[in-house]
Design a protein around this ligand. Structure first.
Ligand SMILES: NC(=O)c1ccc[n+]([C@@H]2O[C@H](COP(=O)([O-])OP(=O)(O)OC[C@H]3O[C@@H](n4cnc5c(N)ncnc54)[C@H](OP(=O)(O)O)[C@@H]3O)[C@@H](O)[C@H]2O)c1
Length: 247
């Protein structure tokens, strides 16, 4: 285990989160892989450990804010102080704006914005108490700049989280805490794999400049860079990785 390289990744049981865990572990981070499906987390952690890395599964529902303190306590018991948080868990409900119910709205906002807000403050409070120069990476989306019909609340939540990174970055800048947003374009994962296998999904792919959808490992270098301890000149920014999809 390297100093100052313990990272908690939410939504680690599949897709981007699972690959973030693999990439960060390969860079020497001790990984706390958090999500609700503990069986999936266990197999990802075993895979990381067999490759020589350090990883621990953590059961965490990002919408259960009251559980955060105990969950972070448990993570610290397993791996010591956490130095970096990747707020990756997220989802959407695909409906026309006029069909979204208040419950649909809360589902998306609670998962994509409210959970990351309170998990970040839970860690930031501990970092301030211990003088840890923590790192937070919020996973946004290029839907913060491109309006996608059927995903109005999702796009709004991703714009909000990019703004939240700026607010946290400014409030905590003199505590040494850096907060940035990683905004991917379309990457094939459990979230959208079914769609990209349909004729409308293939038609969308055909409109992309390189006529391809990304794979999770396309983000490896960016996540490792944003989580790195020791560099503190980059904060409050959004790094978009979309293979030119928004150009
Ligand atoms: N794929 C893309 O094209 C794309 C593009 C831009 C941004 N993103 C963003 O990237 C992030 C990851 O998406 P993905 O594509 O990797 O999707 P995914 O494969 O569906 O993974 C979503 C992850 O979130 C977790 N999750 C869902 N609800 C949760 C909850 N209440 N508490 C804790 N964890 C929860 C899931 O784990 P459990 O079910 O086990 O809890 C799963 O690990 C999301 O924030 C998404 O908005 C994705």
């Amino acid at each position: 285990m390297s100093d100052n390289k313990t990272v908690l990744v939410t939504g680690a049981s599949s897709g981007l989160g699972a690959q973030f865990c693999r990439a960060l572990a390969a860079d020497g981070f001790t990984v706390i892989a958090a999500a609700r499906r503990i069986d999936k987390l266990q197999s990802i952690c075993e895979e990381i450990r067999s490759a020589g890395g350090q990883a621990h599964p953590l059961a965490l529902d990002v919408t259960d804010i009251d559980s955060f303190k105990a969950a972070v306590d448990q993570a610290e018991t397993m791996a010591g102080d956490i130095h970096c948080l990747v707020n990756n868990a997220g989802s959407s409900i695909s409906k026309k704006a006029i069909d979204m119910t208040p419950q649909d709205f809360d589902f998306v906002m609670d998962l994509n914005l409210k959970g990351p807000y309170f998990l970040s403050t839970e860690l930031a409070r501990r970092w301030m108490g211990k003088g840890i120069a923590g790192r937070i990476v919020n996973v946004g989306s290029v839907s913060d700049r491109k309006a996608i019909p059927g995903h109005t609340v999702y796009g709004t939540s991703k714009s909000a989280i990019a703004r939240l990174s700026q607010q946290f970055a400014r409030e905590w800048i003199n505590k040494g805490i850096c907060v940035n947003t990683l905004a991917p374009g379309y990457i094939k994962t459990e979230l959208n794999a079914e769609f990209f296998d349909t004729p409308p999904g293939q038609a969308l792919t055909a409109t992309m400049p390189r006529k391809r959808v990304g794979v999770p490992s396309d983000l490896d270098k960016a996540i490792v860079y944003l989580c790195q301890p020791g560099q503190d000149f980059l904060t409050g920014q959004t790094l978009a990785l979309d293979d030119g999809q928004c150009l």
